[in-house]
Design a protein around this ligand. Structure first.
Ligand SMILES: *Cc1c(COP(=O)(O)O)cnc(C)c1O
Length: 543
């Protein structure tokens, strides 16, 4: 151990240095920067440890709650970050990590992000963002046009209008969904006569004024949990998000939806919004949006479409019809950080009517003056980074046809993988891909036959064991560090709606090859054999 180490000191001079002087090219940070810009994938591959370390062990490296009294040299700290943090992070861009919606990034994003961070523009007001504000408005316009296809005159009229907005840019799908429902709530319970509106007087007075016994948000049982968070924050209550069962294809059952609307209306519960899901998080299926829009029309409620994950499909001429009816929605959520290959922190919601956002407008004298074009006057978040620049750049560099290729390829790959699973006697495809997401499980052929000939009780017993096997294989595969699929629990109609554990795969990385998919199945078969007590028990049941 070195005893007399040169120590960093917190002096005015040293602080001045870190604000002004770049790290030398041969310093640790300088070398990292070079390595990353020359070969990001190589850098990540070399520095992220393949073997998984127990979280409890990692926690020991992050155990101290004291803020350091002694500064650290940048290079020294970089070593610490590489060893303790980078090494134990997740290789989200690896082509064999096909379990999550967090995607691989194109190369040009890296220098652009540096530019964005360096400029540190704040979109809350034009004083701190200047050209970034019209840029963000343009991005919202482009995404609005992608969904609603209004004419050129419409966009020229509204895109840069001070008192309107075609949408709101935000950190992700959660805030986008919350913003949509916030707009819906404030428009429904708007000022009326002596009543100053829910935004001013709160929900209690609003319900009293409008004489409703409650509000409800209706979404399929596959709806994203961010809707419950939104209902919670908006004072509507999580229990007022009512889950409507789905059909065998994981799409909302419109007959049940209609019946629920009727039932609630008769109970004097006002349906605030019907939410269609365009690409569910667990199975990737798309709700029947045209029919849902009709029901929303009939009950005079807001129609929101949560296309956080699937919305990018609109960029594909070949597949955009899968989202038919999305243009009937009052608002649509799309995450650019999912299938648009932009780094995290890029979500947005677009509104059909450019005046909708007036319902959530906030003004403050020192900032966000009335009539200004400041984007902060109708976003939930205050200070906000220039992430829209990365969406803007991606739309230009990749372009619509480029995105179409990426999306078509992902869907083709998912269909290829589904066939591979379907044709393999020891795998069971649980949900077919509609977009590039599917679920399946390892289930030996003999056990599959046994399930077919079993009654419900026996089926349940077998499925309990299969759940154990799925969990075992998924965990082992993750721990081995070569590849990753995620797991989720979904109701499977074939098994009487039983919540069944399945592997979940999202095939959005363009570098994921057919060979990788074959290898992932082979690894899962191998791992299944390692389950000492589960697989033998299943096989003995079947023989
Ligand atoms: C991912 C997702 C969300 C939440 O988005 P975040 O960006 O994680 O906040 C909401 N809805 C759906 C359907 C999603 O897939």
């Amino acid at each position: 151990m070195t005893v007399s180490k040169r120590a960093a000191k917190a002096t005015e001079e040293s602080l001045h240095r870190i604000f002004t002087i770049p790290e030398a090219p041969d310093s640790t940070l300088g070398r990292i920067e070079q390595e990353m810009s020359q070969n990001l994938a190589g850098f990540l591959g070399a520095h992220i440890a393949a073997k998984e370390m127990a979280l409890s062990e990692i926690e020991r490296d992050f155990a101290c709650s004291e803020i350091p009294e002694q500064p650290t040299f940048v290079s020294e700290h970089m070593h610490h970050l590489l060893n303790k943090l980078v090494a134990q992070s997740v290789h989200t861009s690896s082509p064999s990590f096909i379990g999550h919606m967090t995607s691989a990034l194109p190369y040009f994003i890296l220098p652009l992000s540096k530019l964005m961070v360096g400029l540190n523009q704040n979109l809350v007001k034009i004083e701190t963002s200047k050209a970034f504000t019209p840029l963000e408005r343009q991005v919202l316009g482009m995404m609005h046009r992608l969904v609603y296809r209004d004419n050129e005159a419409f966009y020229q009229q509204w895109m840069h209008s001070a008192n309107h907005s075609l949408g709101a840019f935000c950190s992700g799908g959660t805030v986008a969904n919350l913003t949509a429902l916030w707009v819906a709530r404030n428009n429904l319970l708007k000022a009326n006569g002596d009543f100053k509106g829910v935004a001013r007087e709160g929900l209690y007075q609003a319900l009293k004024h409008y004489q409703y016994d409650g509000l409800a948000i209706l979404v399929s049982s596959r709806g994203h949990y961010s809707l419950k968070k939104s209902a919670d924050v908006l004072g509507i209550g999580q229990d007022s998000v009512i889950a409507i069962p789905t059909d065998a294809n994981n799409k909302v059952d419109c007959q049940l939806l209609r019946a629920k609307c009727q039932e609630l209306t008769e109970k004097n519960i006002r349906v605030l919004s019907i939410v269609g899901v365009a690409g569910t998080t667990e199975t990737g299926n798309i709700d029947p949006l045209v029919e849902m829009a009709e029901i929303a029309q009939q009950y005079q409620c807001h129609f929101h479409v949560d296309a956080a994950w699937g919305g990018a499909t609109l960029l594909s001429e070949k597949h955009r019809s899968l989202l038919k009816g999305i243009e009937l929605a009052d608002s649509v959520t799309i995450d650019a950080h999912k299938q648009m290959y932009v780094p995290m922190g890029a979500g947005l919601v677009v509104f059909k009517n450019p005046s909708s956002v007036a319902a959530i407008e906030h003004h403050a004298e020192y900032i966000l003056r009335k009539g200004s074009k400041d984007l902060g006057s109708h976003t939930l978040e205050g200070s906000r980074p220039g992430m829209a620049m990365l969406v803007y750049a991606s739309l230009h560099v990749i372009s619509r046809p480029g995105y179409e290729l990426l999306i078509n390829q992902s869907i083709e790959k998912a269909n290829y993988f589904a066939d591979l699973i379907d044709q393999h006697p020891d795998f069971e495809l649980v949900t077919k891909p509609e977009l590039c997401l599917l679920t399946y499980r390892y289930n030996p052929a003999v056990v599959q036959s046994l399930l077919v000939s079993s009654d419900k009780k026996q089926q349940d017993q077998i499925n309990v064991l299969l759940d154990k096997l799925t969990k075992f294989v998924q965990k082992r595969q993750r721990e081995n560090g070569k590849s990753f699929v995620s797991r989720t629990r979904i109701e499977v109609q074939k098994y009487h709606g039983r919540k069944t554990l399945v592997f979940r795969v999202v095939l959005a990385n363009p570098l994921t090859s057919k060979d990788i998919l074959t290898d992932i199945l082979a690894e899962q078969i191998e791992l299944a054999q390692e389950s000492r007590n589960v697989l033998p028990k299943l096989i003995s049941l079947a023989s």
